[in-house]
Design a protein around this ligand. Structure first.
Ligand code: SF4
Length: 336
């Protein structure tokens, strides 16, 4: 069924816009490593990595990952610490675990991804965005992708002032994206929309003069007003971590399951009941979920000979293990 959105252009205009978009993409697209392959596994790796991470950051990780884990089978057989170590620095480690779980599920099911949306969605780690991206790019399934870039382009094209942090707006935008999708070549269409958002329809200073859709863009004159998004205020937090030395080694703990950074290594929180505080060593700022955290690192020693449940690690050993990003910075500080 073709959905008629009140605010969307007429079918004839959509058609011309699809054509302009595809022509632009053919000549303007960036040469990215995952665009040189048709291997669904490699495409899946790129899609998992690109969720919430910029292209330039992803490229070296993607290339190293495919050398270490070139197939579903190799990834499925890998041990979790090796998978987490290969992901270290990309953040959102749940993506690495989901990709690992997906590889195991694919191998159990015969070694290939299924080619329908319901079957893709039934696999671990595949939500609506990944199913649409993977299904369209790897198998040309007629599924429209809706990510941050696409939402920005669509809200500007239609001058849509609805708040995109509301689920109702996302549903509406998905319906518009479905209507705009070029079902004859969903792969090119989806990639072109994401590319337009990433390189031309930028959050600030969109380059409307070179945009292939500018003639039909209702929001062009006030592009930076779109999309409308209400943001929850970031909460500030402070924490203190302890640097406890023993010879050339430092006391560290592996984060248990059920906590943020599960499976990663970190320095312990300073605990005044068990530790004596020494001098301040470093201060590191980082963001996690809705918190803006200032982490103070202090030297410390144990008050009693309590056997710790963590490990004393040399700086060399730390380099071989996956550390939570702010704690990796702390390890690098100790190397200086
Ligand atoms: Fe974005 Fe400008 Fe193109 Fe409209 S004309 S889609 S605001 S780059």
């Amino acid at each position: 069924m073709t959905l008629k959105m009140k605010s969307s252009p007429a079918d004839k205009t959509w058609k011309a816009m699809r054509r302009n978009l595809a022509t632009w993409y053919t000549s303007a697209r960036r040469d990215l490593p995952w665009r040189r392959t048709t291997d669904p596994y490699a495409i899946a790796v790129s899609e998992f990595m690109l969720q919430q991470t910029q292209v330039v950051t992803v490229i070296p990780y993607y290339e190293r990952w495919l050398k270490s884990f070139p197939t579903w089978q190799v990834l499925a057989c890998a041990k979790e610490p090796a998978v987490i170590k290969a992901w270290e620095g990309l953040g959102y480690y749940r993506r690495a675990r989901n990709l690992h779980a997906l590889a195991k599920a694919v191998v159990r099911a015969g070694g290939e991804l299924p080619r329908s949306e319901p079957e893709l969605r039934a696999l671990p780690g595949i939500g609506p965005y990944t199913a649409a991206a993977l299904g369209s790019i790897a198998f040309q399934l007629p599924l429209a992708v809706l990510d941050g870039n696409v939402m920005r382009v669509l809200t500007r094209l239609l001058a849509l002032r609805d708040d995109i942090s509301r689920p109702q707006t996302r549903t509406k935008l998905q319906e518009i994206a479905d209507q705009f999708l070029d079902t004859r070549d969903p792969s090119t269409h989806n990639q072109a929309m994401m590319e337009l958002g990433a390189t031309v329809c930028l959050p600030r200073h969109p380059m409307c003069l070179i945009c292939p859709l500018s003639d039909d863009c209702s929001g062009r004159a006030h592009a930076e007003d779109f999309p409308v998004k209400s943001r929850p205020a970031q909460e500030k937090r402070a924490e203190t971590v302890a640097i406890i030395a023993y010879g050339e080694s430092f006391y560290c703990e592996q984060v248990p399951a059920g906590k943020p950074w599960h499976g990663l290594w970190r320095f312990p929180d300073f605990d005044p009941a068990r530790m004596e505080q020494g001098q301040p060593l470093s201060r590191i700022k980082y963001g996690i979920t809705r918190y803006s955290v200032t982490m103070h690192a202090v030297s410390a020693k144990w008050k009693s000979r309590v056997p710790p449940c963590g490990s004393y690690l040399t700086l060399e050993k730390m380099r071989t293990l996956a550390f939570a990003a702010p704690h990796r910075k702390l390890a690098q500080f100790l190397e200086q």
